[in-house]
Design a protein around this ligand. Structure first.
Ligand SMILES: C[S@@+](CC[C@H](N)C(=O)[O-])C[C@H]1O[C@@H](n2cnc3c(N)ncnc32)[C@H](O)[C@@H]1O
Length: 289
């Protein structure tokens, strides 16, 4: 059997769940050759040991194990984020939360902003926010109920040299946050939002990803409502603030009703769609953005 990189790459691409970048990432991971070097050197030969390891990975993938858990990391907005079975794998659709936050930061005249990443998991949102806005950020608190997830988030904070600006905080959602006198200009939150009765969940997600990251009470709306009713106690309402949630695609109407009843005309909000045309984000703010 020929063990050229190009041949192994083509073999990997026969797995329809793998994109080209995933296949290159696998070869890079096993060979410890930089991603770009793999692309440039496709005619180089791989050792039998390496090929054996790659095919072992293919077998795990065939059983449904997510690639990120096999490699131990996921690339999120171009940043490497360590993950394990205690953290949700950061999703592509979650990346756009930071487009809204970055726009807010660009147009905000205060240059040292405080941010909160609730339900941080791997820390992907808070850490990416820091990496992309180092000049504008004072402090980011990243919080989760899971000690095991926070251990991974801590590894990510350290790997990205963010320990001076990012504080890890264990909290059952808002319990310890509400008592804190610090108020935030930015809140990002991708909470568990799958309705407990929803049976329409991907098998691999259900089998491999932490249940704690997935399900929420009240048709999946519990965590959004908790934040919405406590905006005055969390956010720097006398300054400009923004809250960006990821939401489930069926949750817009339920949230809209709740927003109308709870905050009425006090603050503004808008819903936005993702690349697949599904409702994906709820943005709440106090000044035009
Ligand atoms: C959907 S995951 C999001 C992880 C990460 N922010 C992301 O976007 O990939 C939700 C996270 O909420 C955490 N979580 C679940 N219940 C919580 C609670 N009561 N308080 C705080 N965090 C909670 C889970 O441990 C999990 O890390």
């Amino acid at each position: 059997m020929k063990n050229k990189i190009i041949d192994v790459l083509n073999k990997l691409l026969q797995n329809e769940k793998l994109g080209r970048s995933d296949a290159i990432e696998i070869i890079s991971y096993v060979t410890k050759i930089e991603y770009n070097e793999v692309i440039i050197n496709q005619n180089n030969f791989l050792s039998k040991k390496v090929v054996k390891h790659i095919f072992k990975i293919l077998k795990s993938l065939a059983k449904g194990k997510p690639l990120a858990y096999i490699l131990g990391y996921k690339i999120f907005r171009g940043h490497k984020i360590i993950v394990n079975k205690n953290t949700l794998i950061p999703r592509m659709e979650t990346e756009q939360i930071l487009d809204y936050v970055n726009d807010f930061i660009k147009t905000n005249n205060k240059n040292k902003l405080n941010a909160l990443d609730l339900c941080t998991g791997s820390g992907c949102l808070g850490i990416s926010m820091f990496l992309e806005n180092k000049q504008s950020i004072n402090k980011i608190v990243i919080s989760d109920i899971s000690k095991k997830a926070l251990k991974v988030a801590k590894q990510n904070v350290e790997m990205h040299d963010a320990t001076s600006n990012i504080e890890l905080f264990q909290s059952d959602f808002l319990t310890n946050i509400l008592n804190d006198k610090n108020k935030f200009n930015i809140l990002v939150c991708n909470p568990p939002y799958i309705d407990k009765n929803d049976l329409n969940i991907d098998d691999s997600t259900l089998k491999y990803e932490p249940k704690l990251a997935l399900f929420a009470e009240d048709n999946g709306l519990f965590y959004y409502k908790e934040v919405i009713k406590n905006i005055n106690r969390i956010m720097a309402i006398k300054e400009q603030f923004i809250i960006v949630f990821e939401i489930g695609w069926k949750q817009k109407d339920g949230l809209e009703t709740y927003l109308n009843n709870e905050i009425g005309l006090k603050y503004k909000w808008k819903f936005t769609k993702d690349y697949f045309n599904n409702w994906r984000n709820l943005i709440i703010f106090n000044k035009e953005i």
